[in-house]
Design a protein around this ligand. Structure first.
Ligand code: NAP
Length: 272
């Protein structure tokens, strides 16, 4: 894995737990790589014969420009979170959106096809979720974000189904996704986000599914508020686990041991 910072990433724990559970002779290591050094890191991957690479901030966009081939999702998002080495060729994927949908399905049984969805936020995670919901046949994907220009770019990823909305649109959605960092324990500790929830929780209804992409704390303020209103709510662990599971399968060709990965993630977050 390359990124900066990567010291506190859960990915090594989750993926090494997965390799152990499957009895695979693989190891996952996080390398701190500063902005601008992604090209040298990919050269190193080739030279060292590293089979796969996870890519996180700030390299996802640069790696999309540097690999030899892009998957359709990585191309649409212009962002790579997973590289597979195929001999001399490096193929860039983006497993975030598919990971989100797989986690949502596994935890709640929610099928986006024909449903109205609201995504709050318009950054890298929101874009991946918007694209994935549209690919799954969502009837509508409304993007609600404090900055209109980025909301428009994100909504465009959903084609005809996408539009920019306002907070009031949250009430009309079957699925509500928080893709902002509001509610993160670290941000709260550093005083970055004075808001407890990314929008007024009185907008939520009991019939809705509410997915917070934040996973520290495990019960985020939004998850707590949604459950108090009778909605079905999940945190960001399922997405975290399923995007890593998809990467593991791309690298090894093996099915991923999702429950061992979830246990590793949840245990580590609980102890932190
Ligand atoms: P990002 O690219 O920095 O985007 C952040 C988005 O949140 C932007 O749209 C930003 O609005 C909005 N935002 C930030 N602070 C806000 C605030 N105080 N109030 C309202 N809106 C705010 O970040 P990202 O990579 O998309 O990540 C977003 C969140 O998802 C993070 O908490 C991250 O940990 C989580 N995440 C989880 C997973 C997972 O596997 N569960 C994967 C990826 C990300 P502007 O456009 O106005 O700046």
């Amino acid at each position: 894995m390359i990124g900066d910072p990567v010291r506190h990433s859960l990915s090594p724990l989750i993926l090494n737990a997965a390799f152990a559970a499957r009895g695979l002779d693989w190891v996952f290591v996080a390398f701190p790589v500063v902005a601008g050094d992604a090209r040298r890191a990919l050269d190193g991957m080739r030279a060292l014969g590293i089979e796969g690479l996870s890519v996180t901030m700030p390299h996802k966009g640069e790696v999309a420009d540097l690999v030899d081939v892009l998957s359709p999702d990585a191309e649409a998002l212009a962002a790579v979170n997973c590289v597979v080495r195929e001999g001399e060729l490096l193929r860039g994927h983006n497993t975030d959106g598919a990971g989100f949908v797989a986690g949502l399905r596994a935890e709640t049984g929610f099928d986006p096809a024909g449903r109205a969805c609201a995504v709050v936020g318009a950054g890298g995670a929101a874009r991946a979720v918007v694209l994935a919901l549209a690919r799954e046949g969502a009837a509508e994907v409304v993007v609600v974000n404090r900055t209109r220009a980025t909301a428009e770019q994100a909504a465009a990823l959903a084609g005809e189904a996408g539009r920019v909305g306002v907070a009031g649109d949250i009430s009309g959605a079957d699925l509500v996704v928080n893709a902002t960092p509001v509610g993160m324990a670290a941000a709260a500790r550093e005083g970055q986000d004075v808001l407890r929830t990314p929008f007024d929780p009185s907008l939520l209804r009991p019939e809705q599914v509410v997915a917070d992409l934040v996973y520290v704390p495990l019960v985020t303020p939004l998850v707590e508020e949604a459950r108090a209103r009778g909605a079905t709510a999940l945190n960001g662990v399922p997405m975290l686990v399923h995007q890593a599971a998809a990467a593991l399968t791309l690298w090894t060709g093996e099915p991923a041991p999702v429950s061992a990965m979830s246990v590793a993630a949840t245990r580590t977050i609980t102890k932190a």
